[in-house]
Design a protein around this ligand. Structure first.
Ligand SMILES: [Zn+2]
Length: 412
């Protein structure tokens, strides 16, 4: 009797292991997204988003976009305190994958879409206070599975840098067999402080702690995909073919296909067509991946434009040390400080007027109103909170910055 029980238990264990092997990489996305879709408002949001994908300009403009990035390493053991080299390797992987510079596009079946998303990632050179930075933070903890999908306290142990100015990546112990997770823009119930990308230290970068078969940095590529509102190719299908990922050039798929699927060869079929198993949004092994599609490119760039546009105005990757520079030797700003209107004196053409931007000290973009007064430009900061701001001018000669101090308005 006891023996039977033991054998039964072993079968269960084997069955469990086999199931995981078949599904492959487990990312936390399905754990919350399927539930979200049970809420009607989310279904509305998705159809609204798909309509936007057709209209938005950024996916059409094709400009290269650079995302300021910060990596927060949280470690409980010295092994988990990964090297900067491993982090740099990861940054290289995502830059290759999002620019279609990866060598393994060879995994992509001939004729399948392979897109250059024209999105790049650079470690921050400035922290939120304007100080020089490597874009890497390292924090010790004694909390096990500090990045647990349900109860993780990573946002308290290593607080996010303002997600409106930086893409935050936490590298830490996730546990639960989950390789990583990330939230699409504006996910209901996800706080600002948790809105980033979380990757288990065994699935991050290359070399060091990265462990096969997720040792080529593709978990991060995949999770950034979710962070830019890409779905798994099977959408929310669970063995059926009723749902889709909102992208027309990834074939419908009935569910996850994991592992190396016959040594990365001979993809499976479902929903009446061959599954595109080389896609970065699959759960296959790192070495079997190779492409995003044009449809995914349009979706991701639209998500960046609608849901994460403030990143494009971040000062996070601007060179440090320009704060004290004069904005431009030929431009004079006065009075500074004052409580409202700053006058910029100088002969500059109209196009330059559009090139001024204002940021608060956390690097957050602050909308401004400008108007011309003869040859001068007046920047109105009436009704802005008193404090220090950075005025930035970016033109073909470089980036110029000047501190502006706004005094509290005096109410007579
Ligand atoms: Zn996923």
């Amino acid at each position: 009797m006891q023996k039977t029980y033991l054998i039964a238990f072993m079968c269960l264990l084997v069955a469990t292991v086999k199931l995981v092997a078949q599904e492959g990489r487990k990312c936390g996305f399905d754990l919350f997204y399927n539930e979200l879709l049970n809420v009607n408002s989310q279904v509305d949001l998705e159809s609204h988003f798909q309509a936007q994908v057709k209209q938005r300009s950024m996916q059409k403009s094709n400009t290269i976009v650079t995302v300021p990035t910060v990596v927060h390493v949280i470690y409980r053991t010295q092994t988990q305190n990964i090297s900067n080299q491993q982090i740099n390797n990861q940054i290289n992987v995502i830059n290759n994958d999002f620019r279609k510079l990866n060598a393994d596009t060879i995994n992509v079946v001939s004729g399948d879409s392979k897109a250059d998303l024209r999105i790049e990632f650079r470690l921050a050179t400035q922290d939120p206070n304007g100080n020089a930075s490597t874009g890497i933070t390292k924090t010790a903890t004694n909390i096990q599975n500090v990045c647990d999908f349900q109860n993780g306290t990573y946002d308290q142990v290593a607080p996010a840098w303002d997600r409106d100015s930086y893409m935050n990546i936490w590298v830490c112990e996730v546990g639960g067999g989950i390789a990583g997770f990330a939230f699409p823009p504006n996910t209901p119930g996800v706080s600002k402080g948790k809105d980033g990308i979380v990757i288990d230290y065994t699935n991050f970068g290359t070399g060091g702690t990265a462990a096969a078969p997720y040792d080529l940095g593709r978990t991060t590529t995949h999770e950034i995909g979710h962070w830019l509102n890409l779905l798994h190719p099977w959408g929310t299908n669970n063995g059926d073919c009723t749902q889709d990922d909102g992208v027309s050039d990834t074939p419908k798929q009935s569910g996850p296909v994991g592992g190396a699927f016959n040594n990365c060869q001979n993809p499976t079929n479902s929903c009446g067509s061959r599954d595109m198993l080389s896609n970065f949004m699959q759960w296959v092994d790192d070495r079997c991946m190779g492409n995003f599609t044009t449809g995914q490119k349009n979706r991701a760039r639209t998500a960046l434009e609608i849901g994460r546009s403030s990143l494009l105005n971040s000062t996070g990757i601007d060179p440090v040390g320009l704060f004290e520079n004069k904005l431009n030797p030929t431009l004079k700003i006065y009075p500074n400080p004052n409580s409202g209107s700053f006058r910029i004196e100088g002969n500059f053409d109209n196009s330059l007027e559009q090139s001024f931007q204002l940021f608060d000290l956390s690097g957050k973009f602050v909308p401004i109103q400008t108007y011309r007064d003869d040859s001068d430009l007046v920047i109105s900061l009436n009704h802005k909170k008193a404090g220090l701001y950075i005025l930035r001018l970016k033109n073909n000669k470089g980036i110029f910055m000047q501190k502006l101090t706004v005094y509290p308005s005096v109410i007579p």
